[in-house]
Design a protein around this ligand. Structure first.
Ligand SMILES: N[C@H](CCC[C@H](N)C(=O)O)C(=O)O
Length: 300
């Protein structure tokens, strides 16, 4: 027997199930899961929710669960293909805004959130933007993970990667989830990111044998040492309009390759993010918007 649930009923069933969308143009649905340690919808249902033709449409589904080991909350994510990543940078800004709405909090707020990438601390600022302590980047090749041989200490920096006959220069960074960042191919030292066919090359990076957990891939153009332009093909979601962990990985890669400073604005198709890789604590801080733009419903 198929249990037909209209998402509104699901919402009424879970009175706080809500839809937070278009966070920095990365759309995410956030589910109030504070009363249960297991996600209230399955990965298959998340795929249905995310479907842009027969569902509401999103890049992923985020769950606000009870905290672990003293954190305020736990965040879990299902990508639009149903896979579960360790972390979602734009998603954690959705999460913070969602919690503030649920708990009717006003003004400056910060939360401790347990994630697959460890402790993450989003803070809603007076101007409404959300600043997130994204923790430290993970650079050890085997921890990204990548099978590419380390070529700078234990990390992969501006290394060669053959993708379907084209040699790309890549730097590999984990923000809890894997990222392959490229600024150039052997033949073209400066990418014109708007000219790239992401649908064609994205999956070849995502499923490349050198990335045993698949990878998110960022294609980057350096506009200045403080200003980068990036397009992303996301693991489990495809081409999205923004990727928070990807923007953080991009700045780390730019610093490691000597292309930019530690504080940059990263322009994504969905809007800019301000990223700082702070030398004092080696943490990365991401600042960007978070807003509700529409609600939807779907029978599950
Ligand atoms: N697709 C990503 C998860 C979402 C991360 C990204 N959208 C972000 O905002 O950080 C992955 O599988 O690692």
């Amino acid at each position: 027997m198929v249990m037909e649930y209209n998402v509104k009923e699901v919402a009424s069933e879970f009175p706080n199930a809500n839809d937070f969308s278009k966070i920095s143009k990365r759309t995410a649905r956030t589910v109030d899961n504070r009363d249960s340690v297991e996600p209230k919808i399955t990965p298959d249902q998340a795929v249905k929710l995310c479907d842009r033709n027969f569902g509401i449409g999103a890049d992923g589904v985020i769950f606000a669960l009870p905290g672990i080991n003293g954190t305020d909350y736990t965040m879990r994510i299902f990508n639009s293909d149903g896979s579960e990543p360790e972390m979602c940078g734009n998603g954690v800004r959705c999460f913070a805004r969602f919690i503030a709405e649920l708990e009717n909090l006003q003004g400056k707020q910060s939360f401790t959130v347990h994630t697959g990438a460890g402790l993450i601390v989003p803070e809603i600022q007076e101007d409404g933007k959300v600043r997130v302590d994204m923790g430290e980047p993970i650079l050890k090749a085997s921890d990204v993970p990548t099978k590419l041989p380390a070529n700078k200490d234990q990390s992969v920096v501006r290394s060669k990667l053959d993708v379907d006959g084209i040699t790309w220069n890549v730097t590999c960074v984990s923000m809890g989830n894997p990222h392959c960042v490229t600024f150039a191919t052997e033949a073209s030292q400066d990418l014109q990111v708007d000219e790239l066919n992401l649908a064609e090359i994205g999956p070849k990076f995502e499923h490349h044998v050198m990335f045993p957990a698949r990878t998110n891939t960022e294609f980057v153009q350096v506009l200045s040492p403080k200003h980068l332009k990036m397009r992303v093909w996301e693991r489990g979601a495809g081409a999205t309009l923004a990727c928070g962990t990807g923007a953080c990985a991009t700045v780390v890669a730019a610093v490691l390759e000597g292309r930019a400073g530690r504080s940059c604005t990263v322009d994504l198709p969905g809007g800019p993010l301000d990223i700082e890789w702070r030398e004092e604590d080696n943490h990365i801080y991401m600042t960007g918007p978070a807003e509700v733009v529409f609600y939807g419903s779907i029978p599950l």
